[in-house]
Design a protein around this ligand. Sequence first.
Ligand code: GDP
Ligand code: IMO
Ligand code: MG
Length: 431
Amino acid sequence: MANVVVVGAQWGDEGKGKIVDWLSERADVICRFQGGHNAGHTLVIDGKVYKLHALPSGVVRGGKLSVIGNGVVLDPWHLLTEIETITAQGVEITPETLMIAENTPLILPFHGELDRAREEAASKGTKIGTTGRGIGPCYEDKVGRRAIRVADLADAATLEARVDRALQHHDPLRRGLGIEPIDRDALIAQLQEIAPRILQYAAPVWKVLNEKRKAGRRILFEGAQGALLDIDFGTYPFVTSSNVIAGQAATGVGIGPGAIDYVLGIVKAYTTRVGEGPFPTELHDEDGQRLGERGHEFGTTTGRKRRCGWFDAALVRQTCATSGVNGISLTKLDVLDGFDTLKICVGYELDGARLDYLPTATDAQARCVPIYEEMEGWAESTEGARSWADLPANAIKYVRRVEELIECPVALLSTSPERDDTILVTDPFAD
Ligand code: GDP
Ligand code: IMO
Ligand code: MG
């Protein structure tokens, strides 16, 4: 297969970064196609930890082209800082290895301010628990046709006109929230100061990728967040502001949907969620605490404690369908070591009826009671296992049951944060 899309199949933090880094050995180009620096992707290579937010996880390998597509919202100041941090860790980033789509909307300081002010002003039950990074307000500006895009940095007159247009919308909003007006001239000066450093990476990404494709180059698409945070198919309104599912890979860079040969869903062997919103299998007991501690479940971006719960096969079957997942990478199996009993949610009970999917209405989602199947756990360690032969029989049974319930095969299995503690079953790039 030439082109592979990696998507999170739960509420994010499934281990996409580790798997994208692992797979990037087989790819020529690695592209981000949605989200922004709300993402936090952790890579561990020979004990060295890399935390990426806006940069594609392929940058660490070197010798690959990393692409930030138009479907992304980009905070240019954050990007420059992240480049500095990663460069200090010994990774080389140049205009030859990093390309940013010219039509990518920019996250500006007032987007973050608005995001945080709204969250502070929200009453109980309406707070989303965003990362506070301005993601939602920037996507609103994109759809509202008042965003400032990378290409606008090249011309002073255009930039000023775009800033004025954005301020026309934002100043009244800010007034309503009790925030002081934006200092127009200071903002323009700030943007002009960083313009050359951003523009050196700017390119018509759609064109470059279509040429790469024709030349037979392999493209790996790196999703951020997870399908349950998708703006259309997630647990709305407790979602992020972009389409996260695999179809977005095409529109988020400018290639045809026919270019996608394989969709790899990243699935954690249990479930986590950061922020507010329904979570049917959430645990508030010792088992939940144990998952959080063994899995080090703290957010890479905000440091917040992640909510933890049992594996929800009904939800993952649903997300595999909406993204057309061909195979999954099951991660963090090792975190389940030592549990006497494991539970898997196979559906829900709602008002006396049995459902095999999560309904759309928020109140119905909140009232869904999980129906569990129990499985015997395993006492042995799976941490660092690199072949099926290293796995205890009950761990294999768990993996096989997951495959049956979600109706999708396991292509990769991950047993620790380390790059090479990965078991390959089916190579997504194999023809
Ligand atoms: P992403 O947002 O999907 O890239 O995931 P994050 O990086 O936010 O969170 C996943 C965390 O789990 C990271 O700290 C990874 O280093 C770690 N991780 C990934 N795969 C495994 C695994 O198989 N086992 C364990 N124990 N940790 C893993
Ligand atoms: P990665 O790529 C987990 C969640 C936030 C919040 C909601 C909206 O690391 O998997 P936003 O700032 O996007 O407007 O917040 O989405 N969220 C994530 N949760 N992993 C992520 O990214 C997330 N990105 C956003 O916690 O609930
Ligand atoms: Mg993450």
